[in-house]
Ligand binder design. Structure first.
Ligand code: AMP
Length: 215
């Protein structure tokens, strides 16, 4: 099963991804997480992505497509995967489709699930977001405050604010989403693969709606 989790930054893709990967037994492939892990390790890939990420703009398509093609060729992803944060442009979606079609036997995505959340809500969510450097778990300064010692209760990692969660960068990321990623909604709708779920409400409610939509 190959599922794409589509939605603006802050829609709750990372939060929902955990439950989905557990339920369907597929790996979570989050391009943003892969870039951040590479940046933390100081790899050439991480350093190349850093400038784009800091500004909230997109890393060039060729680089991301190569990265995802490599990841999808690994044994654990042959049975499927949950794509989170990819594709983000129509060119990436076309490259993904072509990559899957040339596999033997040919593959294709099962569904593209859009998590819809209005921009005002996203700004509120993202400015208060705090995440664990180790496992990616997230908190919110108002809605679910992190532990006072800023240590993740699950893995002991440091809880921090992502550099790209400042208000200025958030506004840029939302503009980039509307200009470059939103066209994918119509693209996947035309392919008959789009499922839309509201990302508003408690994470458990959203999770139920996603399970229902995916069947
Ligand atoms: P995310 O964690 O998904 O919000 O991604 C953080 C940043 O990584 C984005 O703002 C982009 O700079 C970069 N990034 C992640 N995924 C992609 C992608 N599919 N295409 C281009 N850039 C990406």
């Amino acid at each position: 099963m190959i599922v794409i989790l589509l939605g603006p930054p802050g829609a709750g893709k990372g939060t929902q991804a955990e439950a989905l990967t557990q339920k369907y037994g597929i790996p979570h492939v989050a391009t943003g997480d892969i870039f951040r892990a590479n940046l933390a390790l100081g790899t050439p890939l991480g350093l190349e992505a850093k400038g784009y990420m800091d500004q909230g703009t997109l890393v060039p398509d060729e680089l991301v497509v190569r990265l995802v093609a490599d990841r999808l060729s690994q044994p654990d992803a042959l049975k499927g995967c949950l794509l989170d944060g990819f594709p983000r442009t129509v060119a990436q979606a076309e490259a993904l489709e072509a990559f899957l079609a040339q596999a033997s036997p040919p593959r294709s995505i099962d569904a593209c699930l859009l998590l819809e959340v209005p921009d005002e809500e996203l700004e509120k969510r993202l400015t208060g977001r705090r995440v664990c450097r180790g496992c990616g778990a997230s908190w919110h300064t108002i809605f679910s405050p992190p532990p006072v010692d800023n240590k993740c209760p699950s893995c002991g990692g440091e809880i921090y604010q992502r550099a790209d969660d400042s208000l200025e960068t958030i506004k840029n990321r939302l503009a980039v989403y509307h200009a470059q990623t939103k066209p994918l909604v119509a693209w996947y709708q035309r392919k008959g693969k789009l499922k839309i779920v509201s990302g508003l409400g408690q994470p458990a409610e959203v999770r139920q709606a996603i399970f229902q939509a995916l069947g």
